[in-house]
Ligand binder design. Structure first.
Ligand SMILES: *[C@@H]1O[C@H](CO)[C@@H](O)[C@H](O)[C@H]1NC(C)=O
Ligand SMILES: *[C@@H]1O[C@H](CO)[C@@H](O)[C@H](O)[C@H]1NC(C)=O
Ligand SMILES: *[C@@H]1O[C@H](CO)[C@@H](O)[C@H](O)[C@H]1NC(C)=O
Ligand SMILES: *[C@@H]1O[C@H](CO)[C@@H](O)[C@H](O)[C@H]1NC(C)=O
Ligand SMILES: *[C@@H]1O[C@H](CO)[C@@H](O)[C@H](O)[C@H]1NC(C)=O
Length: 334
């Protein structure tokens, strides 16, 4: 055996032993993950919230983390930082936790800056909640690279700019919550078709404008909240007797359409249309709908409130400030 072969053999053996030791010491989290986590801690200025992140201990036992017990190397699959006194930005190093499925920064008012591009490295990311923080910048186009994303919640921040149309490329998206930001522009035309299921869409408390793309009428939404924006025009395409929609909140916009011919399925529970310019009358069939929440106040509706069902269980404040609605709980029709 020459010297070179000898060295190679020795190295192979060493590699094998190191590997074996790593795999057998079950309570050791992956060393790469550990290094990354310590960088994340440093980048967040060693906050008290992460005091348990002690390099001497097993990182799978640290707070705010979850490792996958099923895999040999116990990779970190979840990082959830909630209600913490942390000042700083989202560390770009989060992109170096390659098995991460869930990433949460929530209720951290001094978390500032933008969503780092490195997040696109998280190929297994399913759940992303950056909410109640002080993040700024756009809702990045690059989120559409997270092909496993099921839950996206960026609510209660200072995100600005428009909604990236590429979000509609995500095949597993079930929830999109962008409410309580400073988003402008229209709902992308592309939101009229999603490759997988139709996500619940929460866009309330922004400065979105324009009319709702007609294409959204093709979708069977379960829950929609477009309230407190500056939308105009027709929204009747969102409804439909053949859908299985549960809730629609369009309140405090400038929608204008005729309610008289709007059909809704008996799966409906929540309908809030207050503060718009909606005309026509409440369809007689709506008396059969099992509403839990119902509000058509501050519109331009007319005619008799249908009787015989749930509609009289709501007080007059659900109906007041219309053009000429009448009948219980309002005054009787003349
Ligand atoms: C946020 O930052 C400000 C200014 O740096 C500081 O006064 C405040 O205590 C911080 N709040 C929290 C909750 O960390
Ligand atoms: C959050 O950002 C807003 C707007 O940029 C700013 O007015 C506010 O002071 C910030 N709050 C904290 C806690 O940094
Ligand atoms: C998004 O997060 C906010 C606050 O953290 C919460 O109130 C809201 O219900 C969440 N949205 C969804 C769709 O889960
Ligand atoms: C709803 O479905 C029924 C039966 O499948 C069909 O006859 C009707 O045309 C549909 N209505 C609408 C508005 O699509
Ligand atoms: C309906 O909305 C109006 C306007 O926001 C509000 O004043 C009223 O309390 C609401 N009524 C019900 C029953 O939800």
């Amino acid at each position: 055996m020459d010297n070179k072969t000898h060295t190679t053999l020795l190295f192979s053996l060493l590699f094998f032993i190191t590997h074996l030791t790593n795999a057998s010491s079950k309570d050791q989290c992956n060393q790469n993950d550990k290094k990354t986590l310590l960088k994340i801690k440093k980048s967040l200025n060693n906050p008290y919230h992460l005091a348990s992140w002690d390099p001497k201990s097993d990182c799978c036992a640290w707070n705010s983390l979850e490792c996958d017990d099923a895999t040999v190397n116990r990779r970190v699959i979840s990082l959830t930082i909630f209600s913490a006194q942390i000042s700083g930005q989202i560390p770009p190093e989060v992109g170096d936790l390659p098995y991460l499925q869930k990433l949460v920064f929530r209720k951290i008012t001094n978390l500032t800056g933008q969503i780092p591009h490195t997040i696109t490295k998280l190929k297994y990311l399913r759940f992303l909640r950056l909410s109640w923080t002080n993040l700024t910048g756009p809702v990045p186009e690059f989120l559409s690279q997270l092909m496993d994303l099921d839950y996206l919640n960026l609510s209660f921040n200072y995100f600005s700019g428009s909604i990236p149309s590429s979000l509609s490329l995500l095949p597993k998206l079930s929830y999109v919550d962008l409410s309580r930001n400073r988003l402008t522009g229209t709902i992308p035309e592309s939101f009229g078709s999603f490759p997988g299921k139709v996500p619940d869409l929460f866009l309330s408390h922004n400065q979105l404008s324009g009319s709702i793309p007609k294409s959204l009428g093709n979708l069977n939404f379960n829950r929609i909240d477009f309230s407190r924006n500056k939308f105009i025009g027709d929204a009747s395409m969102l409804f439909g007797a053949n859908k299985t929609t549960f809730s629609i909140d369009l309140s405090r916009n400038m929608f204008q359409f005729d309610l008289s011919r709007v059909e809704i399925p008996n799966t409906f529970g929540i309908l809030d249309l207050n503060h718009n310019g909606i005309t026509g009358s409440i369809p007689v069939q709506w008396a059969e709908t099992p509403f839990q929440i119902f509000n058509v106040s501050y519109n331009r509706l007319c005619g008799r409130i249908p009787t015989g069902g749930k509609l009289q269980t709501f007080d007059s404040y659900a109906y007041f400030h219309n053009k000429c609605l009448c009948g219980a709980p309002l005054d009787s029709c003349k």
